[in-house]
Design a protein around this ligand. Structure first.
Ligand SMILES: Cc1cc2nc3c(=O)[nH]c(=O)nc-3n(C[C@H](O)[C@H](O)[C@H](O)COP(=O)(O)OP(=O)(O)OC[C@H]3O[C@@H](n4cnc5c(N)ncnc54)[C@H](O)[C@@H]3O)c2cc1C
Length: 220
């Protein structure tokens, strides 16, 4: 709870890392600050956004972050600049052990109604194009340079493809969904099948965007 505070200032927003992305975009809108609308549709907290360089609709965390505050395993406080975050696509090169506790984002004074309208557009577009009301982990594979994963998956004939309780979404084929009783192995096997088919049809090796943790049964 102590890390959920959000404070809008003249041209920036300071947020604790337990604050939800959506709450940060809403607070910015209420303060008449533009630039953080893209957080409207990303399900997660600012901590995850900092680590994953979360982004959508043409903007990502690296475009708005000024600095992040982190605590290391010894309890020491560090202030990381944008350069220190060493951002790449859905990736930060910041040291793994750091726990982010606060972020400072830049924003631009703007018209509240226009900001709200952009947020509404994002919501409408997501609802129309992504299976956000189903059980899904979101985008499964990173977009390869200059290409869209969903197009490669579609071209490989994988739309709607099923493995156990897991399915490639009919609505957006870079989303894998749990149709009821999918195990983690179903999801992973389906993803690997998609990767193999995409490799065969287009020569592109898709990289998982979802971080997989733990071991499979029988795995050393
Ligand atoms: C339906 C759906 C749609 C999605 N759409 C998008 C999208 O458009 N764009 C996008 O970028 N992502 C998207 N995602 C993925 C996900 O929402 C984002 O990556 C989000 O930023 C993750 O935040 P989280 O708080 O859930 O982090 P988690 O998933 O809990 O953690 C992500 C990583 O960050 C680390 N982490 C979390 N908090 C901290 C902290 N305080 N300090 C240090 N490390 C921390 C975790 O250890 C982990 O490695 C989507 C997911 C779903 C399910």
């Amino acid at each position: 709870r102590e890390f959920m505070n959000i404070e809008a200032q003249e041209d920036c927003v300071r947020a604790g890392t337990a604050a939800l992305d959506v709450a940060v975009s809403r607070a910015a809108q209420e303060a008449g600050l533009a630039g953080l609308e893209f957080y409207r549709g990303i399900p997660g907290s600012i901590g995850g956004a900092l680590r994953m360089n979360a982004g959508a609709y043409g903007r990502e965390t690296k475009d708005v972050l000024v600095a992040a505050v982190a605590i290391d395993r010894k309890g020491e406080r560090h202030v990381l600049t944008l350069a220190d975050m060493d951002y790449g696509y859905r990736h930060s090169g910041a040291p793994e052990g750091l726990i982010f506790v606060e972020a400072l984002f830049q924003a631009t004074p703007g018209d509240k109604a226009e900001i709200q309208a952009r947020m509404n557009e994002i919501t409408a577009s997501r609802e129309a194009t992504q299976p956000i009301r189903t059980r899904t982990g979101g985008s499964t594979f990173k977009n390869p340079d200059g290409k869209k994963s969903w197009q490669l998956i579609d071209a490989a004939g994988c739309r709607g493809f099923v493995r156990g309780g897991a399915q490639v979404s009919e609505l957006h084929c870079n989303f894998l969904i749990n149709t009821g009783d999918a195990s983690a192995a179903d999801i992973e096997d389906l993803g690997e099948e998609v990767r193999a088919r995409v490799k065969k049809t287009s020569g592109v090796t898709l990289e998982w965007e979802i971080r997989r943790i733990g071991k499979r049964e029988g795995e050393a």
